[in-house]
Design a protein around this ligand. Structure first.
Ligand SMILES: C[S@@+](CC[C@H](N)C(=O)[O-])C[C@H]1O[C@@H](n2cnc3c(N)ncnc32)[C@H](O)[C@@H]1O
Length: 340
C-alpha cells in the first residue's frame, strides 16, 4: 500500500508506472550531436561519462555540477560507494575532463561538494580552470554526530575557463532591512525608504546563509535524496549567465538546474543516469510552465531570511493576488520542526 501523504505535503514522487508521458520527453544520445538544437532544453537519460563525448565542443555558457559526494549514497537504482580519496580524486578528474571541452572559452563552472570532498574538488578543479572562489552554504539541516561536529555546511566552487567571464553583480544583491537607518543631510545613506520598509541592497559574500533545503511543503520538493534548492541555483545562474545562455548540468538529479534555467529564461541541457529522477525533472519542467516563482527571489531581488511579510507585500502588489508558490516565503527558516 502506498503511504498516504499529509494534505500539505507537496513532494513530487510520481512512480515510473504513472509518469510515462514524462519519460517520453527525455532523449538518449549515443552518436555525435551535430546540431545543438536537438539537445537544447532536454533531459538526457544516460551516463555523463559516455554522453558527453557526443556533445558539441564549446557549446555551453555555464556548467552547474552536483556530483555524488564521497559518501555512500543510494540514488534510487544505483549506489555510489564511498571510495579512497585517491579514487575520488580520479573520479573527479575523469568527469571534469569530460565536461571541460563543452564549456565556451568565456564560460563558468560551479561544483557542489561537502567539506571533505571539497579538499579534492578544489585541487582538481584548479588543474583545469581558474578557480575564483569557494562559496560556503549554511544549509541548516544536518545529521548529528556522536563524536564530531554536526555538518551543516556545503561548499560550491566557482571557476572560469579564462579571464573573460560573466558576473552580474546587480542581479544577485541581497535585500536587507536597515536596522539603524543613517541619514546625511536628512537623506538616506546607501538605503531606500519605501512604504513597505527601509532596505539596503548589499553585495553578496561567499557565505550563503539565506537558503534552506527543500522540504515536504514546498512545491519544488521531490523524493530525490540530495535535491538542491532552486534559490541556490538561481543565485549562481543569475550571476554567471545571461538570458538566452545555455546552462548544462551533468548530474541533473531531480532537475533543479533545468527548472531554474527555464524559469529564468535560459536554455538547459541535463544528463541524469536514473530514469525515475529524469521523470521528476520533466514533471517539474512542466510545472514551471504554470509557475515561474522561485522561493526567496521576488521582484528581481534575493531577500534575507525572515522577510515573509515584506516579500508578500511586494509579490501581492505585483500580482494583485497571492502567488501560491510564495506561501512559505521567508517563514521557511522559522519552521524548524519539519526538517529537524
Ligand atoms: C547529488 S545528485 C544531484 C542532485 C541535483 N542537483 C538536484 O537538485 O536534484 C547526483 C545525481 O547524479 C546522478 N549520477 C550519478 N552518476 C551519474 C552519471 N555517471 N551520469 C549521470 N548521472 C549520474 C545520480 O543519479 C544523482 O541523481
Amino acid at each position: 500500500m502506498p503511504k498516504e501523504k499529509a494534505p500539505r505535503n507537496k513532494t513530487i514522487d510520481t512512480p515510473i508506472s504513472e509518469g510515462q508521458q514524462y519519460i517520453k520527453r527525455c532523449i538518449s544520445v549515443n552518436s555525435p550531436v551535430l546540431d545543438i538544437k536537438t539537445i537544447l532544453d532536454k533531459t538526457i537519460i544516460g551516463d555523463t561519462f559516455s554522453v558527453t563525448q557526443y556533445l558539441p565542443q564549446e557549446s555551453v555558457d555555464l556548467i552547474i555540477a552536483d556530483p555524488p559526494y564521497n559518501i555512500t549514497k543510494v540514488y534510487n537504482s544505483k549506489t555510489f560507494a564511498k571510495r579512497k580519496s585517491s579514487e575520488y580524486e580520479e573520479y573527479t578528474r575523469r568527469w571534469l575532463s569530460a565536461v571541460y571541452p563543452l564549456l565556451k572559452p568565456n564560460g563558468s563552472i560551479y561544483v557542489c561538494c561537502d567539506w571533505k570532498s571539497s579538499l579534492i574538488v578544489g585541487r582538481v578543479l584548479d588543474e583545469f580552470f581558474q578557480v575564483r572562489n569557494r562559496i560556503t552554504w549554511q544549509r541548516e539541516k544536518g545529521r548529528g554526530a556522536k563524536a564530531n561536529w554536526k555538518n551543516g555546511l556545503e561548499d560550491i566552487w566557482f571557476a572560469t575557463k579564462s579571464e573573460q567571464y560573466t558576473f552580474n553583480l546587480e542581479a544577485v544583491k541581497i535585500r536587507r532591512k536597515v536596522i539603524a537607518p543613517y541619514r546625511v543631510n536628512g537623506k538616506p545613506k546607501d538605503w531606500t525608504e519605501t512604504n513597505t520598509g527601509n532596505y539596503r541592497d548589499t553585495c553578496p559574500s561567499n557565505f550563503w546563509d539565506d537558503i534552506t533545503i527543500p522540504f515536504w511543503s514546498m512545491p519544488e520538493n521531490t523524493a530525490h535524496p540530495t535535491q538542491k534548492p532552486e534559490k541556490l541555483i538561481a543565485k549562481i545562474m543569475l550571476a554567471s549567465s545571461n538570458a538566452g545562455d545555455i546552462v548544462f548540468d551533468p548530474f541533473l538529479g531531480s532537475g533543479t538546474t533545468s527548472v531554474v534555467a527555464k524559469k529564468l529564461g535560459r536554455h538547459y541541457i541535463g544528463i541524469e543516469i536514473d530514469e525515475q529522477y529524469c521523470l521528476w525533472a520533466e514533471q517539474r519542467l512542466e510545472m514551471a510552465d504554470q509557475d515561474k516563482g522561485i522561493q526567496g527571489y521576488v521582484d528581481g531581488v534575493f531577500w534575507e531570511r525572515n522577510s515573509l511579510a515584506e516579500q508578500n507585500t511586494v509579490s501581492n502588489k505585483q500580482a494583485q493576488q497571492p502567488n501560491p508558490a510564495f506561501d512559505l516565503f521567508g517563514g521557511i527558516s522559522n519552521i524548524q520542526s519539519p526538517c529537524d
